[in-house]
Design a protein around this ligand. Structure first.
Ligand code: PRP
Ligand code: MN
Ligand code: MG
Length: 181
């Protein structure tokens, strides 16, 4: 494992800030979905950390399922081509689906996913993204719950990777340009 500190320019969102925000959003989600058949859908692999902490911040039990898609591969730019690597196990019929994502960057992954889910008969489909980069949007995604709007820098940590590294950092940090240029 590489020495990490020299590869980051600054911490953008600390683990403490993330957990506080998750508590806030989880309380809101519990109210919004009271009496509804809520299904959490995490988008692998980036959403692993946020799903783990967000689901445990919920004051109610909610099943979770996972979809694995990838559009970035080993680069820093979205290819725009989204591939399903693992589909859901759950039938979405009559479910109130809340998609849990680590980040909305160009928006291509989520807009593709929302379109893919639209025909599966869900009662409702909403999105929770921990991070969003408004300046990077190529398509507008209707996202009901957003943790933090952040600048258009390449960020890693708390599930977010560069070429599969740095997902295990506790904070979200900006990757130093010398690492990928
Ligand atoms: C990343 C991130 C989001 C998506 C956001 O996933 O986790 O899912 O890109 O980018 P977009 O808004 O430009 O589509 P990635 O494709 O890198 O796969 P990963 O979750 O396995 O890292
Ligand atoms: Mn992802
Ligand atoms: Mg990635």
């Amino acid at each position: 494992a590489a020495e990490i500190q020299s590869e980051l320019t600054n911490v953008l969102v600390t683990e403490e800030q993330i957990l506080a925000k998750l508590d806030e959003i989880a309380a809101q989600v519990a109210v919004d979905y009271e009496g509804k058949d809520l299904l959490l859908v995490g988008v692998l692999k980036g959403a692993v950390m946020v799903m783990a902490d967000f689901s445990r911040a919920l004051p109610v039990s909610a099943p979770m399922d996972w979809m694995a898609v990838s559009s970035y591969g080993a680069g820093t730019k979205s290819s725009g081509v989204v591939q399903i690597r693992k589909d859901l196990d759950t039938d979405l019929h009559d479910k109130h689906v809340l998609i849990v994502e680590d980040i909305i960057d160009s928006g291509l992954t989520l807009s593709w996913l929302l379109e893919n889910f639209a025909s599966r008969g869900a009662a409702s489909i909403e999105v929770f993204a921990l991070l969003r980069k408004p300046e990077a949007a190529k398509v507008v995604v209707d996202c009901k719950y957003v943790g933090f709007d952040i600048p258009n820098d390449f960020v890693v940590g708390y599930g977010l990777d560069y070429a599969e590294n740095y997902r295990n950092l506790r904070d979200v940090a900006v990757l130093a340009p010398h690492v990928y240029s």
